[in-house]
Design a protein around this ligand. Structure first.
Ligand code: CA2
Length: 143
């Protein structure tokens, strides 16, 4: 019997997590995030599809690919959060819940990080909880 799949999509530069700016993003790597989130999704009876890309069109194609199959979509769009109408438009086609996650508290940082094109098409926005925010997003999708 196949289990529902929760999808976690990560945008540009998040592959470098843990390598620089630990005061902002912590010391854990994206592989650590994936392991944490996979364990939580598994506990809650879900499979996990976890991806990262530095290419905007690849992220949009991934959103399209999973838009009807995902039990829910967790997205940290990185810098595209603050720039991309195209990612926002793609997210409007997702059938299940969309949760926006940011590791840092974007509202306490530079002005240009305060606006998100994604927030008003997301069911929930989680910021400033470090990588725990991803786990909280899984909990929101898989109660
Ligand atoms: O706080 C977040 O999760 C962000 O989405 C991270 C993005 C940033 O542009 C957003 O404003 C907030 C940046 C991710 C880049 O991460 C790096 C980590 C280590 C070294 C270099 C970049």
């Amino acid at each position: 019997m196949s289990r529902p799949t929760v999808v976690v999509l990560n945008g540009p530069n998040l592959n470098l997590l843990g390598e620089r700016e630990p005061q902002i993003y912590g010391r854990e790597t994206l592989a650590d995030v994936e392991a944490l989130v996979r364990a939580r999704a598994d506990e809650r009876g879900h499979d996990l599809d976890f991806r990262q890309t530095n290419h905007e069109g690849v992220l949009i194609d991934a959103i399209h690919e999973v838009r009807t199959s995902a039990a829910g979509l967790v997205i940290n769009a990185g810098g595209w959060t603050h720039t991309s109408v195209a990612i926002r438009d793609a997210l409007t086609a997702v059938a299940g819940p969309v949760i926006e996650v940011h590791i840092s508290d974007v509202h306490a940082r530079e002005e240009f990080r305060h606006h998100s094109y994604i927030s008003d098409v997301a069911q929930q926005v989680i910021v400033g909880r470090g990588i725990t925010g991803y786990v909280d997003a899984i909990d929101a999708i898989c109660p």
